[in-house]
Design a protein around this ligand. Structure first.
Ligand code: ACO
Length: 331
């Protein structure tokens, strides 16, 4: 069974309510209909019913039995506005502004999750990453003990000798352009958590990547990764984590043994931590496009799960992301 098949099976066993703020976006409507029909989650389409039904007619999707909530007429809007005002007044949000914001479907969806009226949220077919991330960061905030929100890409590689039978977790490839050493350490711990909870990897082995292995090069960028390794050891003393190391030292047993002898991770890493967003984003796309890997993205570190889609996503991508969000919500 592939990773995504396993995730879908887990989602079916613990049905979660997933808010879809792009409720009148045709691929989202089609995905909601499939998720409902396949029993993967309880989707909630956010938008005006007229627009949702128009999208459903356009693509021939059956939205019967799917809950639709309209922020413009919702009886919950007052409660959400008051809660949003309380949360953000110190940041200068006024009561009037909070009332206006919750009429926006993205804010409404984030407030549903924040207030426990939905278990998770998926968006991004029509919005940018920042459009969803900013309100999620402001309102849902980080999990206890977690300093940053970041992302993991679950990479299923055709070469099964890599990582965990071909499965590798890459972080961070979406959120933090230029993490500090402390933030990098939190990304590493968050990715190990994702490897365990979402991928079922019992023993995450985390490599913090660099262009240097164990001091082979000297540079401020290398020192930052070395410092991140020290901080990560303090944050999670039991985690198998090592660095700094080059990608080949992390993945290839012979290279790992020669460049980082005695390392518990070198040559057998299944979680790869990139030093910044440029390397992480480029790295996952190389693995996907040249290496032929299947990839699935999730956010980690949020107190409640919200996940982003690429605007070029397919209906299948949305269904998969809803299933992953439901599994995260069940953890
Ligand atoms: N973790 C936790 N909290 C955070 C984080 C984080 N990573 N980043 C920002 N915050 C908090 C801030 O402290 C702030 O809190 P406050 O308002 O209570 O003080 C709040 O979130 C909003 O912060 P801003 O500074 O307004 O937001 P910012 O401009 O930093 O934007 C964002 C955050 C959207 C995540 C930004 O870092 C970003 O655009 N990242 C890149 C996204 C992207 O384009 N990715 C690549 C494409 S995706 C792909 O290829 C699949």
């Amino acid at each position: 069974m592939s990773l995504i098949e396993r995730i879908r099976e887990r989602a079916k066993k613990n049905i979660k309510r997933i808010a879809l703020p792009e409720g009148d976006e045709p691929r989202t409507v089609a995905a909601a209909a499939r998720v409902k029909a396949e029993g993967l989650a309880e989707p909630v389409l956010i938008g005006s019913p007229e627009a949702v039904f128009a999208a459903a007619r356009e693509i021939g999707a059956d939205v019967g039995g799917i809950e639709i909530v309209d922020p413009a007429s919702s009886p919950k809007a007052g409660e959400y506005a008051a809660a949003l005002f309380e949360m953000r007044k110190a940041k200068g949000v006024t009561e009037a502004e909070a009332a206006r914001l919750v009429r926006d479907s993205m804010y409404y969806g984030i407030m549903m999750v924040s207030r426990g009226d939905a278990d998770g949220l998926v968006s991004g077919a029509a919005h940018t990453t920042g459009d969803m991330l900013r309100p999620a960061l402001q309102i849902i905030r980080t999990k206890p003990g977690m300093k940053v929100v970041s992302s993991s890409f679950l990479m299923e590689c055709p070469n099964h000798s890599l990582g965990e039978n071909g499965l590798l977790v890459y972080a961070d490839c979406v959120v933090m352009p230029c993490p500090t050493a402390e933030e990098l350490a939190h990304i590493a711990v968050g990715a190990a958590d994702t490897a365990r909870t979402l991928c079922g990897i019992e023993e995450p082995r985390v490599a913090l990547l660099s262009f240097s292995t164990k001091g082979s090069a000297r540079h401020a960028l290398v020192e930052k990764v070395q410092q991140a390794v020290r901080i990560a050891h303090e944050l999670a003393p039991d985690l198998l984590l090592d660095g700094e190391m080059q990608l080949d030292a992390a993945l290839v047993p012979e290279v790992g043994a020669s460049k980082a002898p005695g390392s518990p991770v070198a040559g057998r890493a299944n979680v790869l931590i990139f030093p910044d967003l440029q390397s992480g984003n480029i790295g996952y796309k190389i693995t996907q496009r040249i290496g032929g890997a299947q990839c699935f993205a999730v956010l980690q570190g949020l107190a409640k799960p919200c996940n982003d889609l690429s605007r070029g996503c397919s209906v299948e991508d949305i269904v998969n992301t809803i299933a992953m969000t439901a599994v995260q919500a069940g953890e």
